[in-house]
Structures are given as structure tokens and as C-alpha cells.
Design a protein around this ligand. Sequence first.
Ligand SMILES: [Zn+2]
Ligand SMILES: [Zn+2]
Ligand SMILES: [Zn+2]
Ligand SMILES: [Zn+2]
Ligand SMILES: [Zn+2]
Length: 222
Amino acid sequence: MSFTYCEDGFYEECICAVCHDVLDNPVFIDACDHVFCKLCIQQCMSHEKTCPVCRTSIDNRNVREASRMITNILDKLMVSCNDCGEKMRRNKFEAHTQECRYVCPLGCGDTLSLSTHAQHNMICSKAVIHCPAHEVGCPYVSERNIMVHHIEICAFHQLRGLITDCKTCIKHLMNRNEALEQKIELLTGEAEQQNHFPSVPQAPMHVYPSEYDEDSSGCVIL
Ligand SMILES: [Zn+2]
Ligand SMILES: [Zn+2]
Ligand SMILES: [Zn+2]
Ligand SMILES: [Zn+2]
Ligand SMILES: [Zn+2]
């Protein structure tokens, strides 16, 4: 959750010289007393180790947490909650996030809170969702409340069972094909070896009953 400052005429001490906005996580440089947002000075220092205002050489040890006085001034500024619009002093905002109630930003009309927002997205009638037949290839997306009309006419949805069966079948055939290819490769290798050494007598091939099944005619099924 976030807030926006209500007033415009801020004290100069409250403005960051880098982003020209109200200080966020204020820090100061002990070598020159200039104040910045923590993130702003960190970003500046990753390019150049000098103060962005007065160019004094600095390193990370010069950056310190801003004085209580600046934080006190910031705490007294009026802010408005970006979710419900309620106005309050900045130091009250953290407590407010727990009790803030606001209408769903997607426009379904439900009232939400910080703790219910995540679950609400799973049921919000205005949330944009995929067709339930998405995993079998339907590209359709729409608001949840009108998806029902699409499902009635969705060919993917109607043929879902068939498509799933076909996919399973194809997967099975591909696995079998791969196993057969490996077997062919093995046999080709063996045949090539035999061609290279035609005079060497081959040891008889042993077939172990535990590894291979025999059918009724006594033929070995590989
Ligand atoms: Zn800043
Ligand atoms: Zn400075
Ligand atoms: Zn609020
Ligand atoms: Zn909603
Ligand atoms: Zn669909």
C-alpha cells in the first residue's frame, strides 16, 4: 500500500536534491550535511563517489541516517491513502494500512482490505482470466463474469477430453519411438562391429528369462 503527500509547499529540508520529491528514507552526508533519499544517494554513488549537490568526495561511510528532526517534520505532513483516499498524518499511515477498507480497483464493487486482497483476485468477477481450456490451447482471455458465455461456444473446451487423450497418446508414441531408436542404434553398432571382425567367432547370445518374456510358441519377445 502507498500514499501521496497532500500539500505542495514543503520545507526545503524535506525535498531530495536528486529526485526533487519529498524525502523517502532520508539519509545525510556527514561531510557536508546534504540530505537525500537513501535510494537516490545509493544510485548516485554507484556512478560517482561525490555529493550530487556540492561535489565533496564521499564513500559509503559518509552516508548516515538523517536526524530525528527531519523525520519528525516528515511525520507531520498530511498524506492521502492511495487505496481509500483517507487523509492522515504520515506517521499514522502504517497503522492505517491494517484497517484500510477500499472498493475493488477492478470495479466489481466488493469492499477489500490488505488481508483479503490476494484471495479476492481469485474470485473477483472483473478479474481478467484465461479460458479454462487454456492448457489444451485456447488463447481466449476475458473478465471472469463473461467467461461463461465463451465456455459455451469454446471448441477447445468441448473437445478437451479428446485433445487431452490425443496429447497423452502422442507422448506415449514419442517415448516408444525414442526407445526404438535407441535399440536400432545399439543393434546397428553391434552389426558394424561384427562386419569389422568377421573372422572372430561370436559368443552365443544369452537370453535371461528374468529380462525377456517368452510367448507360448517359445519365441523371445524383445
Ligand atoms: Zn530522492
Ligand atoms: Zn554535499
Ligand atoms: Zn486507505
Ligand atoms: Zn473485485
Ligand atoms: Zn476457450
